[in-house]
Design a protein. Structure first.
Length: 162
């Protein structure tokens, strides 16, 4: 039986485990990116020691990283975010509408999200990746996405995702 992307989208909330607040934001961000023809992948590891909440791959090979922060404490405890900047063309924070956005660094993008959608309030500045790094990340992105799809289609496959 063939399984298309639209078939996978039919998985309902009752089929999925309960989501943490940051995961709820990531879902809304991923939906919004997909509506912009930017392929999203959640919880992606661009390099050892870093795990981004959402990475998006655009139609021209542009790479976005979105870090989801569900509270002030979640943001202030994040000491790795500046290390993400060298792995993307644009960097964004995603928060809910009640988040105190004055805490967020001005030279970064800002997205307000909920579990169903998101809106870009401030575009992250563009810092183009070097060609070799872009190629490496896109290859890793594609491999990771393919493995995730395989695990959805064949849960018993036992593939390692990272």
């Amino acid at each position: 039986m063939e399984c298309s992307y639209s078939d996978l989208m039919l998985i309902t909330a009752s089929d999925a485990p309960a989501l943490m607040p940051g995961q709820i934001l990531a879902r809304g961000v991923a939906r919004h990116l997909a509506s912009m023809e930017i392929a999203p992948i959640e919880e992606f590891v661009p390099t050892r020691g870093l795990r981004v909440d959402v990475m998006g791959l655009g139609p021209k090979g542009d790479l976005w990283i979105v870090e989801c922060k569900s509270s002030r404490a979640d943001f202030t405890s994040d000491h790795k975010w500046q290390g993400y900047l060298e792995w993307c063309d644009r960097f964004f924070w995603a928060v809910d509408e009640d988040f105190p956005t004055d805490l967020l660094p001005k030279g970064t993008g800002l997205i307000v999200a909920d579990g169903y959608d998101a809106e870009i309030l401030r575009m992250g500045p563009e810092n183009r990746l070097a060609t070799a790094r872009r190629k490496t990340i896109i290859q890793k992105f594609a491999t990771h996405a393919a493995r995730r799809l395989h695990v959805l289609r064949d849960p018993g496959a036992g593939l390692m995702l990272d």
